[in-house]
Write a protein that binds this ligand. Structure first.
Ligand SMILES: C[S@@+](CC[C@H](N)C(=O)[O-])C[C@H]1O[C@@H](n2cnc3c(N)ncnc32)[C@H](O)[C@@H]1O
Length: 290
């Protein structure tokens, strides 16, 4: 597999920012597999010239919020429709989302009532607020749905969960201005990437053991066939001159799948799995062509 040799990343950013007046922003959701703790390692691979930035598995968007001031264009996508709806509302009408959040309280009865609501029957801001509320108050911030697509995670044990945080949501809204948000599969989202753009791919990880699987972000999960299709998509990106960085678990079969591309092991706190156990420091794999 030929690898296009692109310039090594530098730590300084020189491209014109999307919005250089934006306040510091951070993820406003708690996301399984969130990459905040790996940021120092990921940032080493973000190119100095960041024209188009793409995250087709955006989740909580830890890397996006860290680099968004340096990107001219950004495209964020995810196959989770509720997540993308929430991002759009936070971008377009954050005050209405905050008003709706102010009507929520932390308590088991209220949580169960909110969880039982059909999001598709709610006004847009309330639908987004429901998503933030459930994310911040459910067990471990998991997003898990049953076969019918209904959210089914129980309430978590918190003292005072911060689901209504205007400062965080306003700065996230600012960071999302001008950003394209797609409810799409990674293949569709990657069609937007142009030569010279940078893509960060953070798919559901290949399970390190049969019980460690946490691939139920959306109905259907993320199968080994999906992992193979993703590796083919990376080969296509490389051929088109698009820079990419991918993170995954450092299983033998993932290392084999990406042979031919540069690989680096990093130590990171393990993401949560479906039982909330399985925490610890484990090797993760970074794959990149830039
Ligand atoms: C490991 S999480 C990403 C975490 C993110 N980097 C962060 O910092 O929070 C993986 C994401 O991929 C999404 N996903 C799963 N299958 C997908 C698919 N086929 N296409 C696009 N997104 C998918 C999930 O909904 C989930 O949000």
């Amino acid at each position: 597999m030929p690898v296009v040799q692109l310039r090594r990343p530098a730590s300084s950013f020189v491209s014109r920012p999307l919005d250089d007046d934006a306040p510091e922003a951070a993820p406003f959701l708690k996301w399984a597999g969130g990459k905040t703790s790996l940021l120092p390692e990921l940032l080493k691979h973000v190119p100095a010239r960041l024209r188009g930035y793409h995250e087709p598995f955006v989740g909580g968007g830890a890397l996006f919020f860290a680099v968004r001031r340096m990107a001219r264009r950004a495209v964020l996508a995810d196959s989770n429709a509720e997540l993308i709806h929430c991002y759009r509302q936070v971008r377009d009408d954050v005050s209405a989302v905050l008003d709706a959040l102010a009507r929520h309280v932390y308590g088991k009865t209220h949580f169960q009532e909110v969880r039982a609501l059909d999001p598709l029957r709610l006004p847009p801001a309330e639908r987004a607020a429901r998503f933030v509320y459930l994310n911040k108050t459910c067990f471990n911030g998991l997003w898990r749905v049953n076969r019918a697509g209904r959210f089914n995670v129980p309430i978590g044990r918190y003292k005072n969960p911060q689901f209504n945080n205007p400062a965080v949501l306003f700065s996230a809204s600012h960071a999302l201005r001008g950003v394209e948000l797609l409810h799409a599969s990674f293949e569709e989202a990657l069609q937007r990437a142009r030569p010279g753009d940078f893509v960060y791919l953070d798919p559901p990880y290949d399970p390190v053991s049969a019980t460690a699987s946490f691939a139920s972000y959306t109905p259907g999960g993320f199968s080994w066939d999906d992992q193979k299709r993703l590796a083919h998509a990376c080969i296509a990106l490389n051929r088109r001159g698009v820079r990419f960085l991918l993170s995954n678990s450092a299983t033998d079969r993932i290392r084999e799948l990406y042979r031919g591309f540069a690989q680096r092991m990093v130590r990171a706190p393990r993401f949560i799995n479906s039982r909330g156990s399985g925490r610890g420091r484990v090797d993760e794999l970074l794959v990149f062509n830039a």
